[in-house]
Design a protein around this ligand. Structure first.
Ligand code: PMV
Length: 351
């Protein structure tokens, strides 16, 4: 069988493309509310698990001088389209930051593709901006350490992108000490991808983009009367979640992660005006997870800024969990993922 020749890159570019595939991540302790939203400086430390299959691929090429940025999106079906304004504008702003950071002026040609639904609380912006940051700096010929890219990525408007520069179990900020909290420090791993075979069975109940962005959620968080209490309780809970991961202890992890999820969403729901990400179908999945646990199956739920439910369990329990969830009328489909590594360069360019 003869393979089609790869298409030559489009006109106007330098001819040298860099493609990076970066992972999404699911927060075990959430980033919710910022000290400085523009700079992506969080109010609290967050912890996450990097995913393996939910990834964004991004190809970047530096254009000849005087040319403007060209931003394209590739659909799940493989169709390439110029990105709509609401997608292109934050990408263009992030390209400006990268230009400023690198002291460069030229335009970029960018194409991105996600392996999973975009904007539905599945952290597509985290993986997308991590991939964009690594690919654009790479296309400029700058080899920056992951910590520096993490700080650059968190300024994208998606703070959690700071965590998608690393594999395994990640904390942000990672500033060395348990108690010394430096909100401006980059993210970094506290356990590697092979540390614990945790799975994330994502029950997709609504694949459509969310109506209120997480950025708006962060902005409103301090208007909730419960926000100060959340911040006070987080110190101890973060320690508990980190310890549960380090000891691979599902019985310790499950209540702490669920408590954290409900509390973050309670702050969102009691913000002024309120932000509701939960759908009726979300509740059905939460009930099913509680029933599984009552039967002795170690599983717990968590949600980012959307109605879809991430169900965490150990590898030995994945089949059982997936079978139960896929039988629920509320669940449109499952995405079954596990712990992944950090961003990787690829020769499989998108143009
Ligand atoms: O990365 P952002 O700014 O889109 O915010 C992420 C918010 C949550 O997903 C709800 C929590 C988190 O830490 O990922």
């Amino acid at each position: 069988m003869s393979r089609a020749e790869p298409e030559p890159p489009p006109e106007g570019g330098s001819g040298s493309r860099v493609t990076v595939e970066a992972p999404s991540n699911i927060a075990l302790v959430k980033y919710w509310g910022a000290r400085n939203l523009e700079e992506g400086i969080p109010e609290n430390r967050s912890l996450s698990m990097t995913l393996r299959k939910c990834v964004s691929r991004c190809t970047v090429e530096v254009l000849e001088t005087e040319r403007e940025d060209e931003i394209r999106r590739i659909s799940a079906a493989g169709e390439t389209r110029p990105a709509a304004e609401e997608f292109a504008a934050p990408v263009a702003r992030h390209l400006d930051r990268i230009r400023e950071w690198a002291g460069e002026e030229g335009g970029f040609r960018v194409a991105t593709r996600n392996s999973f639904p975009t904007g539905a609380g599945l952290a597509s912006s985290a993986s997308g901006f991590a991939a964009l940051t690594a690919a654009a700096t790479g296309a400029l010929g700058v080899e920056a350490p992951a910590e520096e890219l993490s700080v650059l990525a968190r300024r994208s408007g998606s703070g959690s992108a700071a965590r998608s520069l690393f594999g395994g179990f990640v904390e942000w900020p990672r500033d060395g000490g348990e108690d010394g909290f430096d909100p401006e420090a980059p993210a970094g791993p506290f356990a590697g991808p092979d540390h614990w075979d945790l799975r994330d069975v994502i029950a997709v109940v609504d694949p459509n983009p969310k109506k209120v962005s997480s950025r708006e959620g962060h902005r409103r968080a301090p208007t909730s009367p419960h926000y100060p209490t959340r911040l006070r309780l987080l110190r101890e809970r973060t320690r508990e979640v980190r310890r549960a991961v380090l000891e691979r202890d599902m019985a310790r992890l499950a209540p702490a992660v669920e408590e954290e999820t409900v509390e973050m969403h309670m702050v969102a729901m009691t913000s002024r005006p309120p932000v509701w990400y939960w759908a009726p179908e979300t509740m059905e999945v939460l009930q099913a997870v509680r029933a599984l646990r009552a039967e002795g199956v170690g599983a717990c739920y968590t949600l980012d800024a959307g109605p879809n439910v991430h169900v965490l369990c150990e590898g030995s329990r994945e089949e059982e969990v997936a079978a139960r969830l896929s039988a629920l009328p509320a669940v449109e489909r499952l995405i079954r993922d596990g712990v992944g590594g950090g961003p990787v360069r690829s020769d499989d360019h998108l143009f």
